[in-house]
Ligand binder design. Sequence first.
Ligand SMILES: Cc1ncc(COP(=O)(O)O)c(C=O)c1O
Length: 411
Amino acid sequence: MNEPDLGNKQSEGPGYRVPLYYRKLKHNIGGSGSVGAGDLFYQVFEGLNNRIATSEGRDFINFCSYNYLDLCGDPDVAMAAEAAIRKYGTSVSASRIVSGERPLHRELEAAIAGFVGTEDSIVFVGGFSTNEDTIAHLMGEGDSIFLDEYIHKSAQLGASMSGAKTYSFPHNDLEALEQMLSAHRAEGKNALIVVEGVYSMDGDIPDLPKLIELKRRYQTLLMVDEAHSIGVLGQTGRGLSEHFGTDPGHVDIWMGTLSKSFASCGGYIAGNAELIEYLRYTAPGFVYSVGLAPPMAAAALKAIQLIEAQPDRVRDLRSRVSTFHELALSAGLNIGDANQASAVIPVIIGRADSTIALSRVLKDNGILALPIGYPAVSKTKARIRFFISSGHTDEDIRRTVEIIAESSISG
Ligand SMILES: Cc1ncc(COP(=O)(O)O)c(C=O)c1O
């Protein structure tokens, strides 16, 4: 394919001109040829994003949804959201600090704190902004932040907005982190280590007991982003601390999203009462922003109540996850370092064009699983990322692994 003529400067004239790198990106992903994947992204789906997704009237077995516990689409969750709209409307129409506070917010925050095992919690309107705002607000000039190199963009941006000195340690390499702490901890006033409970592209997990030991020895704060681990890890879905059997109180800042296992939209910070009260009165993205919308608060609250009342959901998810792991490994697929309990499972192919081709083979066979390439992962590690849900059947998974193995594009 010919490269487009990108020129070396933006054209003149009124209005915003997109940067050159974007024109190149658009050229690379555009179209539906062997390299382009434009037809795979921004597809429109006609119904729920759960086990089955429907596009242009065709049903697909769907591995693209982080509706891990099948609660988005659950009738009780939908009824709770509808009742909240009838009672409170679609928006609280104000920041909570002035007239936006509703009983639902308090109930949801108490439920999250109870579920995670902390004194209190606070909910923000977006998961992304929860990370950005909290890190940027709690840390500042003269402080240090130590980030896993694979940490989500929202935490990276929060760190750079904070003005603190930022260090990135090689992914999940806690010996390298220790060397960095030993070399640089003394330079900063306050220090924060940020990791994910389950990494969103690789499905691997950090060694929490070792992190707790390091944070104590080097007197830092520890923050864990549980976007993909809450509702998934641990016997009852309580996340990374339950997985390792550690006291949740040993982590200073638990962050999570409402958009995955909790079937809603928004994010939370859970921790001690002092931290949460401080955020409630001072975090800019909380104080200067509208309160969480009533249907979103009600949906997340009902989802947590159902996770507690229906332990089969987490159990079924664990069983489907282990089926995928077993079958993928015995078919010789490269699933990298994905943890056996993680519902994010990459099938690493390597080249972007082969990965896109495999995604198309799957689609032709009625299976939806999208390619992930650079810059989300390194150029040589393009992959298909599978999100497993408690709603999948063993047969869905068996068929999918068989198709990949038979495609001869399995990495
Ligand atoms: C690890 C991680 N943190 C934060 C977020 C942001 O969450 P949300 O999509 O709910 O804004 C995501 C999004 O997928 C994520 O993967």
